[in-house]
Design a protein around this ligand. Structure first.
Ligand code: NAG
Ligand code: NAG
Ligand code: NAG
Ligand code: NAG
Ligand code: NAG
Ligand code: NAG
Ligand code: NAG
Length: 203
């Protein structure tokens, strides 16, 4: 009887661990010195970093590119890389200090503080950087238009956007599943082409 109980306990424990692993996306953004503000989820928004107890933004001016965006997403979670980056009003304008401009990362740095940069004091919040991060491969995704939002769901992150066939507007969706692969849903207008890693300056 005791043996059976033990076996049951072992099975129950394995099962609960297993269930937790596969059914819930478990990003934990608590206590990070970076946050994304103004989007649908913590995977998109205006970049704010915490330095010496103060939240501030970073400036797009310079040659901000996907390598810089990747380092910022990685600060949020080691599994993440950048899907798109933005500047302008998309996620609202920040307040407070602008810590960096002219950011030039190699892309492999652990934090933005390790990248070459200049002070942001001459920048304006009109040029705050915004990001969309993902746990799926950027190169594997084709799109019918620009992504508008990311929602974090129990089965992965849902990336949505609108497309038009000329007369009607549709919504397309990609989910970054828990196994790190893209799944496609919704309506199709295109495909309009492969997303180019280096072509994503979006207002
Ligand atoms: C991060 O990646 C590891 C290895 O692929 C995986 O086991 C883990 O579940 C991922 N975490 C999140 C939050 O996606
Ligand atoms: C998230 O991380 C914070 C800080 O590291 C920790 O205190 C908290 O327990 C974590 N929450 C979960 C649900 O793991
Ligand atoms: C943070 O505080 C330290 C110690 O006071 C100081 O040396 C450093 O310059 C500060 N960093 C910024 C970005 O203000
Ligand atoms: C995503 O989340 C936003 C805000 O909670 C909600 O308004 C929207 O309907 C959600 N979109 C999808 C496709 O679930
Ligand atoms: C995209 O489609 C959604 C749902 O139909 C709509 O709420 C939103 O305003 C559209 N966005 C744009 C930029 O057309
Ligand atoms: C666009 O989609 C609408 C609704 O499905 C359809 O009626 C229309 O013919 C389509 N237009 C083109 C140019 O394919
Ligand atoms: C990931 O999961 C989806 C279903 O959620 C499945 O279609 C796909 O084949 C899986 N990919 C891998 C690499 O396991």
């Amino acid at each position: 009887m005791l043996i059976i109980a033990c076996i049951l306990v072992v099975f129950w424990q394995q099962d609960s661990v297993h269930t937790e692993d596969v059914s819930v996306r478990s990003y934990n953004f608590t206590g990070k010195d970076i946050r994304l503000v103004g989007g649908n989820s913590e995977l998109e928004g205006r970049v704010e970093i915490l330095i010496n107890g103060t939240w501030g933004t970073i400036c797009y001016e310079g040659n901000f590119d996907i390598r810089d965006a990747d380092v910022l997403c990685r600060m949020l979670h080691s599994n993440l890389s950048a899907l798109e980056y933005y500047t302008g009003s998309r996620y609202g304008y920040g307040i407070g200090p602008i810590f960096y401009s002219q950011i030039a990362c190699r892309g492999t740095e652990q934090t933005i503080h390790m990248c070459s940069s200049d002070t942001g004091v001459f920048c304006s919040h009109l040029s705050d950087v915004g990001l969309m991060c993902t746990g799926c491969p950027r190169t594997a995704i084709h799109t019918y238009g620009q992504f508008e939002h990311v929602n974090i769901t129990a089965n992965g992150d849902l990336y949505t956007g609108n497309c038009s066939n000329g007369t009607s507007t549709f919504q397309f969706m990609y989910r970054c599943g828990l196994n790190g692969s893209w799944e496609e849903y919704g309506q199709k207008c295109g495909p309009l082409g492969i997303v180019n890693d280096f072509l994503m300056y979006r207002l």
